[in-house]
Design a binder for this molecule. Structure first.
Ligand SMILES: NC(=O)C1=CN([C@@H]2O[C@H](COP(=O)(O)OP(=O)(O)OC[C@H]3O[C@@H](n4cnc5c(N)ncnc54)[C@H](OP(=O)(O)O)[C@@H]3O)[C@@H](O)[C@H]2O)C=CC1
Ligand SMILES: O=C(CO)COP(=O)(O)O
Ligand SMILES: [Zn+2]
Length: 355
């Protein structure tokens, strides 16, 4: 009998075991690690600011529970810094890593721990990106952003008290990263139809639903309100799970992310990842022939940037990024196809009021 395709199907989905979200949960870090049977030496990977916001508390908490703790401060998600973290972990015989901070700290801890084959705990200090739970790490290599396969965190500890106290700009950026799921999924559907790219119905539905719920909640997302941190954090977790189900960042990264990655390469002072993705979503939704005004209004309501001036980026870089975006990760087919003409790039940016 001829084998059916289904009998050959084989898929691994990595999801976190414990997701702990709420006020003050950072103080449970030691308890969560014990619950996961982690022991021995811990290495905290954090940034300069986030060390003060949360890293120190994590350090004390772990020590109180009997762990030996070392801390390394990182600046950028580059291969050099990942190597530094791996060397430090090897030197201190770390048996697990904790990424405490924004996206770059979490991505470095995620990829370094994957290479070292030890577990990692994700402790976000801001709701600024959806890499908190995902099995991907966005890394800078030769001034380019690449998306690497990595392990999913064994646990996520998201203290909404800390997240609500972080600069509001970070929370608004996280909303941009989630809203971008709308165009990411449209791009994925397009690639599925035109290139027969594998497509996951479940991952795409979770991803779209997350963006929809967030857009519907836009009016309730406000600075200093812990409930807002909850709303955005739930969405970021769901979006990360969609990526884990897909086994790629496809459900949450399409043409709008290519635009953001292009800005990271070209603009002298890029804005936050989620802020750039949000603005990219407005323009890519226009190219898809969708309701770009809805995206723009939601971002405006949240208080996230909707134009070049609000990103603090000169208009010429917006155009350059639009022209260059399709060259980023060219294997990922999107509405940008083989690229925009200068006239088309200027038109989309002007019509959508980005410039
Ligand atoms: N792996 C994945 O699936 C994904 C990865 N990403 C990646 O994540 C990164 C973007 O994440 P993002 O968080 O925006 O960027 P960063 O990690 O660069 O954080 C932005 C800034 O916010 C600061 N910060 C974080 N938390 C606090 C706080 N509580 N109080 C004060 N300051 C704080 C950081 O401080 P400090 O300097 O101390 O770090 C940093 O200066 C990009 O590299 C992007 O590519 C994004 C989405 C998905
Ligand atoms: O930022 C991401 C999802 O929000 C990950 O995207 P990339 O795979 O484009 O790095
Ligand atoms: Zn993103």
């Amino acid at each position: 009998m001829k084998d059916s395709i289904d009998s050959h199907k084989n898929k691994w989905m990595q999801l976190p075991r414990n997701v702990v979200v709420g006020h003050g949960v950072i103080n449970d870090t030691g308890k969560v690690c014990k619950d996961l049977k982690l022991n021995g030496n811990a290495l905290i990977v954090t940034g300069e600011t986030t060390l003060k916001a949360a890293g120190k508390t994590v350090e004390v908490c772990l020590e109180d529970c009997g762990f030996n703790v070392d801390t390394i401060i990182i600046k950028n998600p580059t291969l050099d810094e990942i190597k530094e973290v791996k060397d430090r972990a090897a030197g201190t015989k770390a048996s697990f890593l904790l990424g405490v901070g924004g996206g770059k700290s979490i991505d470095i801890a995620k990829l370094a721990s994957t290479h070292l084959d030890i577990p990692f705990v994700s402790i976000p200090t801001a709701a600024s990106h959806d890499g908190i739970v995902s099995s991907r790490a966005s890394i800078r290599r030769d001034n380019k952003t690449v998306s690497e396969t990595a392990q999913t965190p064994i646990a996520v500890i998201a203290d909404t008290g800390i997240i609500a106290a972080a600069p509001y700009r970070l929370l608004a950026a996280g909303c941009g990263d989630i809203i971008s799921n709308y165009t990411a999924v449209r791009d994925w559907e397009l690639a599925h139809r035109l290139r027969d790219e594998p497509f996951s119905e479940y991952a795409s539905i979770i991803s779209k639903m997350t963006a929809k719920i967030l857009i519907e909640s836009a009016g309730a997302i406000k600075a200093g309100i812990e409930e807002s941190a909850w709303t955005v954090m739930k969405a970021l977790v769901a979006s990360g799970v969609a990526m884990s189900i897909a086994g790629s960042s496809r459900p949450a990264s399409g043409s709008e992310h290519k635009f953001s990655h292009a800005l990271d390469e070209l603009a002298p002072e890029p804005a936050l990842h989620g802020e750039q993705c949000g603005v990219g979503t407005i323009m890519m939704m226009y190219l898809h022939g969708g309701d770009w005004q809805e995206i723009r209004t939601a971002l405006e309501t949240i208080g996230a940037p909707t134009c070049a001036a609000e990103l603090g980026i000169k208009e010429e870089y917006i155009i350059k990024a639009l022209l260059h975006a399709h060259e980023i990760r060219p294997e990922r087919y999107t509405i940008l196809g083989a690229g925009l003409t200068r006239e088309a790039a200027e038109k989309v940016a002007r019509i959508t009021k980005v410039i």
